[in-house]
Design a protein around this ligand. Sequence first.
Ligand code: SF4
Ligand SMILES: [Mg+2]
Length: 419
Amino acid sequence: MQATILNDIKAPYCPGCGHTVANKNMSKALAELGVDPLDVIVVSDIGCTGLVDPLLNCHTLHGLHGRAAVLAMGICMGLESPGKKVIALQGDGGATIGLQHLLEAARHNLNMTLVVQNNMVYGMTGGQVSGLSSTGFKNPSMPEEAVPAYDICTLAHNAGAAFSARAFIGGDSIDLWKEALDTPGFCLIEVVEMCPAYAMRKVKELHEVSDYGVEISRNDRSPNVLIREEGPSLFESYKAIEKTCEAALDTRLEVIIAGSAGEAIQSAGDLLATAAITAGLSSTKKGDYPITIGTGFSVAEVILSREDIDYTGIESPDVMIIISQDGLDKVKSRIGPHTLIIADSKLGIEDHPLLVTQNFRKIGGAKGAALAAIASYLQDNGLLPLDALLEAAGRHKHGDKMIAIIEKATGLETATASG
Ligand code: SF4
Ligand SMILES: [Mg+2]
């Protein structure tokens, strides 16, 4: 006898729970269709329906609440072997939470079956009504002016499901299950069930309270079969940065670069980080800017270190490069007594013990001021060879302009003020 997807483990549900019957129906339908349990992938949801995993002999995946349909879609898209049967199980609560996913799954019409076990309550959290609770259902959490339940069979059908059906537990619904499990494309079967703990206890009550009756709908659509194609890994598009020179830096250096949107602050940070790697160091770079990226401040945080960098946050910056008022306003609260400030002279910063100012905006223009300041700083302290910065610039799509800025900045005298 062929193995079924249900094993012999005792179901954990309350006595009389509809999930027990629904699981048996699913198992029976698959067995009658001759499906090998090892060809079945079940995605379960949060809630009492999700207690099913240990009861199954097939592959299982347990997802977040309401996400069973979209996880199953992902599995369909990633399958190398199209012969697998992908089934998502969720309750009425999960279907309510993940309704958009349900509609998307129907719209895309991938080869999968979504089983919605509708007992009209969130059973696991104490019997609260869901979007699939019918108006005739009396429950302390049901509002007096109850609105009709979502008719998910009709919604799925209108979204393009190949097959959708509503079945009430208790009758002989094996043929509906088989059609839902065997029709090419997206199939939904809503099983209206008892939850003796918090809702209906008898099949008769299910019919009495339900807003909708048995329903079967079909769309004559070809299933959407995606063939997985092997593409290049994301990492393959990155060119390894080879060490070509030696940095003098032998500790950890934390640098903040601050300016305005559109002033190539992030590019300058990238260049400094790349130059550090070119010179044999570890480096990280993080960007901080408003969601509206075309206005306001732009800040890059760069860490250079001889050691591996485990923590990428900067609490006490060693160096701050500031080239605009937006940048200054954003980072001034982070300036420490030992922070070296390298600032555009037009900002008028004066009262800091470690201060280097120069008219970087004149040297590099608005888009090259930060890079000019970095080049000038490296030239002064020799922590990284300028060749490393030039090499990093040479890898950039605007490399020619960047190299010109670096050369111009390092050919000028630095006006230094310290208190
Ligand atoms: S709470 Fe309801 S849905 Fe959950 S196991 Fe008990 S009867 Fe079943
Ligand atoms: Mg439920």
